[in-house]
Design a protein around this ligand. Sequence first.
Ligand code: NAI
Ligand code: MG
Length: 332
Amino acid sequence: MTKTITVFKGDGIGPEITDAVLKILNAAGADLEYEIFNVGAKEYEKNGKLIPDEAFTSFDKNKVLLKSPITTPVGKGFRSLNVTLRKKYDLYANIRPAKSNKAVKTPFENVDLIVFRENTEDLYVGVEEQIDENTVHATKIITRAASQRIIKDAFEYAVAHNRKKVTCVHKANILKMSDGLFLSIFYDIAKDYPQIQADDKIVDNTCMQLVMNPQQFDIMVMPNLYGDIVSDLTSGLIGGLGLLPSSNLGKDYAMFEAVHGSAPDIAGKHIANPTALLWSACMMLEYLGQNDVAGKIRKAVDEVLNEGKHLTPDLHGTATTEEYCEAIIAKL
Ligand code: NAI
Ligand code: MG
């Protein structure tokens, strides 16, 4: 049965990469219908709402969202829409796979790791309090329930996909109580998965190890802030943000988006790499059971990357977003 999904077009390069991805999905024969909405900073300026009510209603109904990046003002202005969406729909598991592609030259080979980022709490609860003009307090929240479910998902994923190891990333040496709780829950849950190796690393050491010896990592699970930072780092290991997809899963809702932002520096220049959003769409197709279509798209992308004739500038090519997209469609 045809599945109707909600699509948010977003800001900056969002509209360009969304158009490219929808074109490829159609060419690949994805059994999907789309309800497409403009959301984000532009929409806010126009209509005073970041997300129009109809867009929320559509996601409420369809329960699956393909979302392109949204600009969030730094320092002042509205709260991040991404954080709001993740919280409102309880999209607690942010899963970010970083896998080397032979065709993309980087100093690192055979990277194949997945970051499981807790997506609903930690410092991202956004509670900041002005104590006096020289002091601000920010609240970091770690709960047993939220930690348990993301850690459990990481181990379940490891079992289901034949992975060997889960590493907990934390700063429990300093944040003894909050990250300490996360870490102790990790080792409690690890006992239920004796077939999976479990270890832990402090987040700063993790960053160093990731650029010295990324192959040692397999599945990684961590609180929200470290997951945000570490996953941008892992994108650098495989060729940049243009290649890092993600799924944001909850019990009832699922949202798929690239890890990167709205890239205002290249918006409108027709050079954005749509692969991260396209692979996010593949994760969505797999979530919906359309594995054959996802497989077809992944194969076509691999072929185009391997040929190297139609790469976007972030991958040291000269192709436009549209030329890259046409090359993929030609392979389909
Ligand atoms: P960014 O991820 O937008 O860009 C960082 C750098 O990577 C830029 O040089 C950009 O040109 C490049 N880049 C990113 N995606 C690319 C792609 N697909 N193809 C080629 N190059 C790409 O991060 P930045 O500049 O820090 O943030 C810009 C805005 O995006 C901010 O307002 C931020 O809050 C927002 N943002 C939104 C996210 C979301 O909607 N999920 C996630 C991250 C940031
Ligand atoms: Mg981020």
